[in-house]
Design a protein around this ligand. Structure first.
Ligand code: URA
Length: 450
């Protein structure tokens, strides 16, 4: 089927898929035509799936990536706050990655305006929207006018992807999740930047996860993604801090929706795991710096720390729950959360030190329990998940618990199987300490647009 665009060029989905499959560069018009056609429902899922796989395999250069981002960005509304203090953060996603719920209240407590338009779970990684919905009645589907109002009244607002903001990404994201086309630098760049640019922020802190639990497994790939994202930000006159951070093991100790939100509240109370607390302070410090509320990144970090000490970050989190229709009592009494009370300990078969943890497999085991989706229409079980007791470098004695599974009674056979999976496939426990422990933050780059 040949179709025409408004410059009267002949395009068909078939020829454009073939062109990319054979390693040729696509023009701006061709990319725009494909994205517009898919968003409007004129190009079916199976042709888009094939197009995505061709991009995944043959890659796109900087000009194609820019055209893809533009097409996805202008598939919907583009907000413009014209306000230097509107700053967001985005993570490329990882296991146990829950930083948004901590750093956003911290930054908002200092005076940054944080408009979060977040996603649901993708692949083995959990989603921000799924996690916060473990607080009953928390409404992530606010109207655009409520979104803007809350941003200015409260400084913090969190909604899911809407049909109005980057609708192309909403459709493409869901298809990538089930067609093994997630780990592509141009596709990730288009997906993230179309949403972030449409949000109308003046600056973005980008947390690029690197390691076994991340989409980018190596520093080389993470650096290439950082460059692609910052190039796109600069083209749109947005300031961006890119941080490449470790995801060779889950962040913090909790994996699973309710368990992760409880860990976030503990962190806001100053009792959080060291790695999670430090990363949140660095990211929030970057947001405060980009907003012009601190002269340097280090001063931003100091201001961030102060909000944990004086309780203002925790108050902002309470406010976030309240303004979205939830009950702030969750913060004081964790029995409000739906957490599976049946616990099975994963006892180590081995003696030694933890050398590696396969984060992707932990994420997939959480999906197996129902904590994530196998199909787009699946419901999330907020109650299930894991508490990790041993991280890389820790000493483990045979017979000691390396993690605890929270599950339902009828899931006991699944939990019993997981004991073997954790021992044989997820944890590598060997004699002697590992030569090198993972660093939490590998590199930070500040990219000013002018
Ligand atoms: N986060 C996104 O928003 N999109 C991706 O493609 C990957 C992570």
């Amino acid at each position: 089927m040949i179709m025409y665009n408004n410059s009267n060029e002949n395009f068909s989905a078939y020829t454009l898929i073939t062109k990319k499959r054979d390693g040729h560069k696509l023009t701006k018009n061709e990319i725009k035509w494909f994205i517009d056609g898919f968003t409007a429902g004129d190009i079916p899922d199976y042709q888009m799936a094939s197009f995505l796989m061709a991009i995944y395999l043959m890659d796109m250069d900087a000009a194609e990536t820019a055209a893809l981002t533009d097409a996805m960005l202008y598939s919907g509304d583009v907000l413009d706050f014209n306000d230097q203090t509107v700053i967001d953060k985005h993570s490329t996603g990882g296991v146990g990655d829950k930083t948004s719920f901590i750093l956003a209240p911290i930054a908002a407590a200092v005076g940054v305006k944080v408009p979060m338009i977040a996603g649901r779970g993708l692949g083995h990684t959990g989603g921000t929207v799924d996690k916060i919905e473990s607080i009953e009645n928390f409404n992530t589907s606010l109207s655009m006018s409520d979104f803007k109002r809350l941003l200015y009244e409260s400084g913090i607002v969190l909604i899911g992807q809407t049909g109005e903001i980057a609708p192309a990404d909403k459709k493409i994201y869901a298809l990538r999740d089930v067609t093994a086309t997630i780990e592509s630098i141009p596709l990730i760049t288009g997906s993230i930047m179309s949403k972030k640019l449409a949000e109308g922020t003046s600056g973005i802190v980008m947390d690029i996860k690197c390691g076994s639990g991340a989409f980018m497994k190596t520093k080389t790939r993470a650096r290439a993604l950082a460059k692609s994202l910052s190039n796109t930000a600069l083209r749109f006159n947005k300031n961006m801090i890119t941080m490449i951070t470790d995801m060779s093991q889950p962040l913090g100790f909790a994996v699973g929706n309710s368990l992760e939100i409880i860990e976030c509240v503990e962190t806001l109370k100053g009792n959080g795991p060291k790695d999670l607390t430090k990363l949140c302070l660095e990211l929030a410090g970057g947001m405060i710096y980009l907003a012009g509320l601190a002269k340097t990144h280090d001063i931003g970090i100091k201001k961030a720390k102060a909000t944990l000490k004086d309780g203002t970050a925790l108050s902002k989190f309470r406010e976030l729950i309240k303004t979205h229709g939830g009950d702030p009592a969750y913060v004081d009494d964790y029995s409000h959360f739906n957490v599976a009370t049946k616990k099975t300990q994963i006892i180590s078969d081995n003696d030694g030190h933890v050398h590696s943890i396969d984060g992707v497999k932990i994420g997939l085991q959480c999906v197996e329990l129902g904590g994530g989706r196998k199909k787009a229409e699946d419901n999330i079980d907020f109650a299930v998940g894991f508490i990790i007791h041993k991280k890389i470098g820790d000493r483990v004695k045979k017979g000691e618990a390396i993690a605890t599974i929270h599950h339902h009674k009828h899931q006991q056979p699944i939990a019993d199987k997981m004991i073997k999976i954790f021992n044989n496939d997820i944890y590598k426990i060997k004699k002697g300490k590992p030569k090198k422990l993972p660093e939490l933050i590998y590199e930070t780059k500040i990219n000013w647009s002018k």
